[in-house]
Write a new protein. Structure first.
Length: 590
């Protein structure tokens, strides 16, 4: 190891001399406590180092040692159900060692070195393998089959391989490389976090990520392998929206990054996830989740690393052929960490003090999402979906992080404080939000949900926009001055808002809504509108149409048990037809 000495300490920034043999992005150990840091810039032998732990007590002359390797994560069995900090230190293991408060300089491997895993070999002696090929599997949890892959860049013939019970450091196979050398393979891989893992080919995303949230899935869907942003002011429900996505999304693996948010929000996740049941597997949600907790009271610099740590872990599972979702809460806190380090490095500030390279760093993160054909000879397709919360100060979407994110992502769920104050959750504003995946996913919806689903979605959206225009007229001249058709539009739009878009995360029957249920419920509301318009043409009065018992039952339809909704919705449909027919006949007779 090469060592240098500190010349300056400024918060998380440490400047050291005598590191001529070090490289940019190398990990270093600082001082007697061996605090972990990363080299940001090099000028000759002088290195500016970002330290991921509290730097109080450090001073000029303190020794800095370089490890000669970039900041990397350990990838292998044992990551699922684990809780890491921003630089992949397992918090539960640290708590067992030093108690609830993390002491500085703690060195704990990310993956347990003592736990044994049942390795089942799928490759045979003599098989020709290349980087990305699966040589065996480990049943990591009841729902995740961990595929042990040949590290990228290696190719050769398998010399020996055997099933059995091994730790992650035990040799499970040996490989005779193409150049004749022998390479021992374990179940652990290391990968630098700032470098995206390779793939063969990227595909356009065409299948939706079902989240069970009606306003997301029906109105502004995100594709598997897509990118989305959830901006909103304080108290508008960003974290709850992200929790709902992490809980119910139909993906194989969820990587949840708590980056700079309050500790109590992360505590909610830690308490809820083990108790909640995944609707697809019936198992605990933690059985498919990796948590990265880097809360607001933890060192600022580690926030910057936590985003990369999370997406690298996600890419590793994507390479196994799984659908993975990365939920980052929030990228604004990560950008603030960039701003702090940039300021201490005395770089030229950009807009609002953020570094000039903020937009390119955001793009580097979101560009790692996608649907890809993975490395290896076997054809596997994996997807990585990236959803980032943005916390603009005062809800101002014109600030740099929001603007930089909006230029990159293809789905924008704009949270609205006024909706949150009216207790309308999820508080996603349907007039300001958008999804650019609608056209690419239309074929999937037509084939799997029904050909009328997207037509109903477009009709509902146009009604909500019409309602916004009519409300301006109502404020001037009153509702009674509107024609019967416009009054019905207001009533139907109200039903779409209150009976369809509004959802209760704390009600078991309403927290998750399948695509079939969403399609049937929206179909009911729009059928009510169509039947009422037909009745009005026949001379029916508006008031009886607005006070139907079927109308009340539509309002309560979302609380019907998930196993009974098909029959219940059919009953409402039948009752609605009978009641509206009776009113229409009466109107026609008059």
């Amino acid at each position: 190891m090469k060592s240098g000495r500190i010349t300056k300490v400024s918060g998380p920034l440490v400047v050291a001399e005598g590191l001529e043999n070090a490289n940019m992005a190398d990990v270093v150990r600082v001082g007697e406590q061996r605090l972990i840091g990363e080299i940001l810039t090099m000028t000759g032998g002088t290195a500016s180092i970002q330290v991921y732990e509290e730097t109080s007590g450090l001073g000029p002359g303190t020794v800095v040692e370089t490890t000669g390797a970039p900041l990397s994560v350990e990838l292998g069995p044992g990551m699922i159900e684990n809780i890491y900090d921003g630089i992949q230190r397992p918090l539960e293991e640290i708590m067992k060692m030093v108690g609830s408060n993390i002491t500085r300089g703690v060195e704990v491997p990310a993956l347990s070195r003592s736990k044994k895993w049942d390795f089942k070999a799928t490759a045979k002696v003599g098989d020709k393998v290349i980087g990305g090929d699966v040589i065996g599997t480990v049943q990591e949890t009841s729902v995740v089959l961990h595929k042990i892959m040949v590290p990228n860049g290696l190719s050769g013939k398998i010399k020996s391989i055997s099933s059995g019970s091994y730790t992650v450091e035990d040799v499970v196979a040996t490989l005779t490389l193409d150049n004749g050398e022998t390479k021992e393979l374990t179940m652990i891989q290391r990968w630098p976090v700032r470098v995206g893992r390779p793939y063969k080919k990227k595909f356009p995303p065409t299948a939706p990520l079902c989240s069970g949230q009606r306003i997301i899935d029906t109105m502004f869907p995100i594709a598997k392998g897509g990118t989305a942003a959830v901006p909103g002011p304080f108290g508008s429900g960003k974290t709850v929206v992200q929790h709902q996505l992490a809980k119910w999304s139909d993906v194989d693996i969820v990587v949840y990054i708590g980056c700079g948010e309050r500790g109590n929000e992360m505590t909610d996740v830690l308490r809820e996830f083990p108790e909640l049941q995944d609707p697809r597997t019936g198992e605990s949600l933690m059985k498919r989740t990796v948590l990265i907790a880097n809360t607001s009271d933890m060192p600022v610099a580690a926030r910057e690393a936590s985003i990369y740590t999370g997406i690298t872990i996600a890419e590793y599972f994507r390479d196994m052929g799984y659908a993975v979702a990365v939920i980052a809460d929030s990228t604004s806190r990560w950008a603030e960490a960039l701003r702090e380090m940039s300021g201490r490095l005395e770089e030229m500030p950009g807009e609002e003090g953020y570094p000039a390279y903020l937009a390119s760093r955001l793009a580097q993160f979101y560009e790692r999402a996608g649907v890809v054909s993975t490395m290896g000879r076997e054809e596997r397709v994996g997807s990585l979906t990236a959803v980032g919360a943005v916390s603009p100060p005062g809800g101002d979407l014109s600030e740099p992080v929001s603007q930089g994110t909006m230029r990159i992502v293809k789905v924008f769920w704009s949270l609205d404080a006024s909706l949150a104050y009216r207790r309308h959750f999820p508080a996603i504003n349907w007039l300001n939000s958008y999804s650019l995946y609608l056209s690419s996913m239309r074929d999937w919806f037509n084939e799997n949900i029904g050909r009328d689903f997207m037509d109903n979605r477009d009709r509902a959206m146009s009604m909500l926009q019409e309602e916004a225009e009519l409300n301006e007229i109502v404020q001037l001249v009153g509702k009674d001055s509107l024609g019967a058709g416009d009054q019905l539009t207001l009533e139907t739009a109200k039903m779409i808002r209150e009976d369809f878009l509004q959802q209760n995360a704390f009600m078991e029957t309403d927290s998750y809504s399948s695509y079939d249920r969403q399609a049937k419920l929206l179909g009911l509301i729009l059928k009510y509108d169509k039947l009422c318009r037909d009745a009005i043409k026949k001379g029916a009065d508006l008031q009886p149409l607005f006070s139907l018992s079927a109308r009340d039952r539509i309002g309560r339809a979302k609380s019907v048990d998930a196993n009974e909704y098909v029959a219940a919705y059919a009953d409402i449909d039948k009752l609605m037809e009978q009641e509206i027919d009776a009113i229409a006949m009466k109107g026609g007779a008059e």
